[in-house]
Design a protein around this ligand. Structure first.
Ligand SMILES: NC(=O)c1ccc[n+]([C@@H]2O[C@H](COP(=O)([O-])OP(=O)(O)OC[C@H]3O[C@@H](n4cnc5c(N)ncnc54)[C@H](OP(=O)(O)O)[C@@H]3O)[C@@H](O)[C@H]2O)c1
Length: 218
Protein backbone atom coordinates (compact mmCIF):
# COMPACT_ATOMS: atom_id res chain seq x y z
CA UNK A 1 0.00 0.00 0.00
CA UNK A 2 1.23 3.51 -0.81
CA UNK A 3 2.28 5.54 2.25
CA UNK A 4 0.02 8.51 3.07
CA UNK A 5 3.15 10.52 3.82
CA UNK A 6 4.28 12.47 0.76
CA UNK A 7 7.39 11.81 -1.27
CA UNK A 8 9.49 14.96 -1.59
CA UNK A 9 11.25 15.26 -4.97
CA UNK A 10 14.04 17.87 -5.00
CA UNK A 11 15.14 19.16 -8.39
CA UNK A 12 11.55 18.78 -9.57
CA UNK A 13 12.01 21.48 -12.21
CA UNK A 14 14.52 19.26 -14.02
CA UNK A 15 14.00 16.80 -16.87
CA UNK A 16 14.10 13.72 -14.69
CA UNK A 17 12.75 15.27 -11.48
CA UNK A 18 9.60 16.62 -13.13
CA UNK A 19 8.84 13.27 -14.76
CA UNK A 20 9.59 11.28 -11.63
CA UNK A 21 7.29 13.57 -9.64
CA UNK A 22 4.43 13.02 -12.11
CA UNK A 23 5.13 9.29 -12.35
CA UNK A 24 5.06 8.78 -8.58
CA UNK A 25 1.87 10.84 -8.35
CA UNK A 26 0.25 8.74 -11.09
CA UNK A 27 1.08 5.66 -9.00
CA UNK A 28 -0.81 7.02 -6.01
CA UNK A 29 1.85 8.87 -4.04
CA UNK A 30 1.28 12.39 -2.84
CA UNK A 31 4.29 14.25 -4.21
CA UNK A 32 5.88 17.45 -2.98
CA UNK A 33 7.90 18.92 -5.86
CA UNK A 34 10.70 21.17 -4.61
CA UNK A 35 12.53 23.52 -6.93
CA UNK A 36 14.10 26.96 -6.87
CA UNK A 37 12.61 27.74 -10.28
CA UNK A 38 8.81 28.03 -10.59
CA UNK A 39 6.86 24.91 -11.62
CA UNK A 40 4.05 26.26 -13.80
CA UNK A 41 2.64 22.84 -14.71
CA UNK A 42 3.56 20.45 -11.90
CA UNK A 43 0.87 17.87 -12.74
CA UNK A 44 -2.04 16.17 -10.93
CA UNK A 45 -1.21 15.12 -7.39
CA UNK A 46 2.04 17.10 -7.45
CA UNK A 47 2.27 19.94 -4.95
CA UNK A 48 4.97 22.54 -5.74
CA UNK A 49 7.31 23.71 -2.99
CA UNK A 50 9.32 26.79 -3.94
CA UNK A 51 12.52 27.49 -2.07
CA UNK A 52 15.65 29.61 -2.45
CA UNK A 53 18.41 27.82 -0.56
CA UNK A 54 18.81 24.38 0.99
CA UNK A 55 18.68 25.78 4.51
CA UNK A 56 15.26 27.33 3.84
CA UNK A 57 13.83 24.16 2.28
CA UNK A 58 12.64 22.47 5.51
CA UNK A 59 10.55 25.50 6.48
CA UNK A 60 9.16 25.73 2.94
CA UNK A 61 8.14 22.04 3.16
CA UNK A 62 6.57 22.50 6.60
CA UNK A 63 4.62 25.55 5.40
CA UNK A 64 3.17 23.74 2.36
CA UNK A 65 2.26 20.67 4.45
CA UNK A 66 0.55 22.85 7.08
CA UNK A 67 -1.30 24.83 4.38
CA UNK A 68 -2.58 21.70 2.62
CA UNK A 69 -3.17 19.54 5.70
CA UNK A 70 -0.52 17.03 4.64
CA UNK A 71 1.79 15.02 6.89
CA UNK A 72 5.49 15.74 6.60
CA UNK A 73 7.27 13.73 3.89
CA UNK A 74 8.20 10.12 4.51
CA UNK A 75 10.71 9.91 1.66
CA UNK A 76 13.06 12.14 -0.33
CA UNK A 77 14.21 11.76 -3.93
CA UNK A 78 17.14 14.04 -4.84
CA UNK A 79 17.21 14.65 -8.60
CA UNK A 80 19.79 17.41 -8.56
CA UNK A 81 22.43 17.93 -11.20
CA UNK A 82 22.21 16.85 -14.81
CA UNK A 83 24.56 16.36 -17.70
CA UNK A 84 26.37 18.54 -20.19
CA UNK A 85 29.20 18.13 -22.63
CA UNK A 86 31.85 20.78 -23.16
CA UNK A 87 35.58 21.31 -23.03
CA UNK A 88 38.16 18.73 -22.03
CA UNK A 89 39.01 18.89 -18.34
CA UNK A 90 42.38 20.56 -18.88
CA UNK A 91 40.71 23.26 -20.94
CA UNK A 92 37.61 23.73 -18.80
CA UNK A 93 36.78 27.19 -17.53
CA UNK A 94 37.72 27.13 -13.81
CA UNK A 95 34.51 28.94 -12.91
CA UNK A 96 32.46 26.28 -14.66
CA UNK A 97 34.33 23.54 -12.80
CA UNK A 98 33.60 25.28 -9.50
CA UNK A 99 29.95 25.76 -10.45
CA UNK A 100 29.59 22.06 -11.31
CA UNK A 101 31.10 21.00 -8.00
CA UNK A 102 28.56 23.24 -6.28
CA UNK A 103 25.49 22.13 -8.24
CA UNK A 104 26.28 18.42 -8.67
CA UNK A 105 27.95 17.54 -5.40
CA UNK A 106 27.81 20.18 -2.65
CA UNK A 107 24.12 20.84 -3.34
CA UNK A 108 23.39 17.17 -2.58
CA UNK A 109 25.13 17.40 0.78
CA UNK A 110 23.39 20.69 1.60
CA UNK A 111 19.97 19.25 0.74
CA UNK A 112 20.63 16.00 2.64
CA UNK A 113 21.71 17.97 5.71
CA UNK A 114 18.54 20.04 5.52
CA UNK A 115 16.07 17.23 4.84
CA UNK A 116 17.32 14.11 6.65
CA UNK A 117 16.14 15.55 10.00
CA UNK A 118 12.57 15.73 8.59
CA UNK A 119 12.53 11.97 7.98
CA UNK A 120 11.84 9.23 10.50
CA UNK A 121 13.58 5.91 11.23
CA UNK A 122 13.77 3.68 8.17
CA UNK A 123 12.50 6.37 5.81
CA UNK A 124 14.20 6.31 2.38
CA UNK A 125 16.38 9.07 0.95
CA UNK A 126 17.18 8.25 -2.69
CA UNK A 127 19.83 10.10 -4.69
CA UNK A 128 19.64 9.84 -8.49
CA UNK A 129 22.92 9.54 -10.36
CA UNK A 130 23.96 8.88 -13.95
CA UNK A 131 26.27 6.76 -16.09
CA UNK A 132 29.01 9.39 -15.95
CA UNK A 133 29.54 8.43 -12.29
CA UNK A 134 30.89 5.06 -13.46
CA UNK A 135 32.23 5.71 -16.95
CA UNK A 136 34.84 8.29 -18.01
CA UNK A 137 33.29 10.51 -20.67
CA UNK A 138 35.39 12.94 -22.69
CA UNK A 139 33.98 16.45 -22.47
CA UNK A 140 31.98 15.68 -19.33
CA UNK A 141 34.86 15.47 -16.87
CA UNK A 142 33.29 17.57 -14.14
CA UNK A 143 30.08 15.54 -14.33
CA UNK A 144 32.07 12.29 -14.12
CA UNK A 145 34.10 13.47 -11.14
CA UNK A 146 31.12 14.87 -9.25
CA UNK A 147 29.04 11.79 -10.10
CA UNK A 148 31.75 9.49 -8.73
CA UNK A 149 32.00 11.71 -5.66
CA UNK A 150 28.23 11.62 -5.27
CA UNK A 151 28.27 7.82 -5.25
CA UNK A 152 30.76 7.90 -2.37
CA UNK A 153 28.80 10.67 -0.63
CA UNK A 154 25.74 8.40 -0.48
CA UNK A 155 27.82 5.51 0.84
CA UNK A 156 29.24 7.65 3.64
CA UNK A 157 25.84 9.11 4.53
CA UNK A 158 24.43 5.58 4.70
CA UNK A 159 27.29 4.31 6.86
CA UNK A 160 27.22 7.24 9.25
CA UNK A 161 23.43 7.18 9.59
CA UNK A 162 23.63 3.55 10.67
CA UNK A 163 26.48 4.15 13.09
CA UNK A 164 25.09 7.25 14.77
CA UNK A 165 21.84 5.76 16.03
CA UNK A 166 20.81 2.65 14.08
CA UNK A 167 17.22 2.59 15.33
CA UNK A 168 16.66 6.16 14.09
CA UNK A 169 18.57 5.84 10.83
CA UNK A 170 17.29 7.18 7.55
CA UNK A 171 18.15 4.70 4.79
CA UNK A 172 20.22 6.35 2.06
CA UNK A 173 20.22 4.84 -1.44
CA UNK A 174 21.68 5.65 -4.83
CA UNK A 175 19.65 4.95 -7.97
CA UNK A 176 21.94 5.03 -11.00
CA UNK A 177 20.23 5.65 -14.33
CA UNK A 178 22.74 3.95 -16.61
CA UNK A 179 21.48 5.44 -19.87
CA UNK A 180 19.92 8.61 -21.25
CA UNK A 181 16.33 9.14 -20.23
CA UNK A 182 14.18 8.84 -23.34
CA UNK A 183 13.16 12.10 -24.91
CA UNK A 184 15.88 14.25 -23.35
CA UNK A 185 17.33 15.93 -26.43
CA UNK A 186 20.41 17.05 -24.51
CA UNK A 187 21.70 13.48 -24.97
CA UNK A 188 22.92 13.40 -28.57
CA UNK A 189 22.28 10.03 -30.23
CA UNK A 190 22.35 7.78 -27.11
CA UNK A 191 23.17 4.08 -27.64
CA UNK A 192 20.39 3.09 -25.22
CA UNK A 193 17.69 4.90 -23.33
CA UNK A 194 15.56 4.32 -20.26
CA UNK A 195 11.94 5.40 -20.20
CA UNK A 196 10.54 7.50 -17.41
CA UNK A 197 8.32 4.52 -16.53
CA UNK A 198 11.40 2.30 -16.06
CA UNK A 199 13.01 4.91 -13.82
CA UNK A 200 9.84 5.35 -11.76
CA UNK A 201 9.39 1.57 -11.37
CA UNK A 202 12.98 1.21 -10.16
CA UNK A 203 12.52 4.15 -7.82
CA UNK A 204 9.33 2.72 -6.36
CA UNK A 205 11.18 -0.53 -5.75
CA UNK A 206 13.72 1.32 -3.61
CA UNK A 207 11.14 3.51 -1.84
CA UNK A 208 8.83 0.62 -0.96
CA UNK A 209 11.41 -1.97 0.11
CA UNK A 210 13.12 -1.39 3.44
CA UNK A 211 15.66 -4.04 2.44
CA UNK A 212 16.49 -2.48 -0.95
CA UNK A 213 20.22 -2.49 -1.74
CA UNK A 214 22.33 0.62 -1.22
CA UNK A 215 22.85 0.95 -4.98
CA UNK A 216 20.37 0.08 -7.71
CA UNK A 217 20.92 0.42 -11.45
CA UNK A 218 18.23 0.97 -14.04
N1 LIG B 1 18.46 13.48 -18.24
C1 LIG B 1 18.98 12.27 -18.44
O1 LIG B 1 18.91 11.70 -19.57
C2 LIG B 1 19.60 11.51 -17.30
C3 LIG B 1 20.15 10.25 -17.58
C4 LIG B 1 20.74 9.52 -16.56
C5 LIG B 1 20.77 10.06 -15.27
N2 LIG B 1 20.23 11.29 -15.02
C6 LIG B 1 20.32 11.79 -13.65
O2 LIG B 1 19.10 12.41 -13.22
C7 LIG B 1 19.41 13.44 -12.28
C8 LIG B 1 18.73 14.73 -12.74
O3 LIG B 1 19.19 15.04 -14.07
P1 LIG B 1 18.35 15.95 -15.06
O4 LIG B 1 18.73 15.54 -16.43
O5 LIG B 1 16.92 15.97 -14.66
O6 LIG B 1 18.99 17.38 -14.77
P2 LIG B 1 18.35 18.82 -15.03
O7 LIG B 1 17.26 18.76 -16.04
O8 LIG B 1 19.50 19.74 -15.28
O9 LIG B 1 17.68 19.18 -13.64
C9 LIG B 1 18.44 19.17 -12.48
C10 LIG B 1 17.75 20.00 -11.42
O10 LIG B 1 18.69 20.17 -10.36
C11 LIG B 1 18.37 21.36 -9.68
N3 LIG B 1 19.60 22.00 -9.24
C12 LIG B 1 20.64 22.41 -10.01
N4 LIG B 1 21.57 22.99 -9.23
C13 LIG B 1 21.09 22.94 -7.97
C14 LIG B 1 21.58 23.39 -6.72
N5 LIG B 1 22.76 24.02 -6.59
N6 LIG B 1 20.81 23.19 -5.61
C15 LIG B 1 19.62 22.55 -5.70
N7 LIG B 1 19.10 22.12 -6.87
C16 LIG B 1 19.83 22.31 -7.97
C17 LIG B 1 17.64 22.29 -10.66
O11 LIG B 1 16.43 22.71 -10.06
P3 LIG B 1 16.20 24.23 -9.53
O12 LIG B 1 17.35 25.07 -10.00
O13 LIG B 1 14.89 24.67 -10.08
O14 LIG B 1 16.14 24.07 -8.04
C18 LIG B 1 17.37 21.40 -11.88
O15 LIG B 1 16.04 21.46 -12.30
C19 LIG B 1 20.94 13.54 -12.23
O16 LIG B 1 21.40 12.81 -11.14
C20 LIG B 1 21.38 12.87 -13.51
O17 LIG B 1 22.67 12.29 -13.42
C21 LIG B 1 19.66 12.04 -16.01
Amino acid sequence: MTSPRPVLVVGASGYVGSRVARGLAAGGHTVLAAARRPLPDAGDGVVPVGYERADTLPDAVRAVCARDGLPLPGAVVASIGGWHKGAALLDEDPDRWTATLASHLTAHLDVARALAPLLGPGDPYVVLNGAASREAMAGSGAICVTGAGLAMLVQVLRLEAGQAEPSRAVRFHELVIDHAVAGDDRNADPAQTRTTAQVVTALRGVLDDAAAPAVTHV
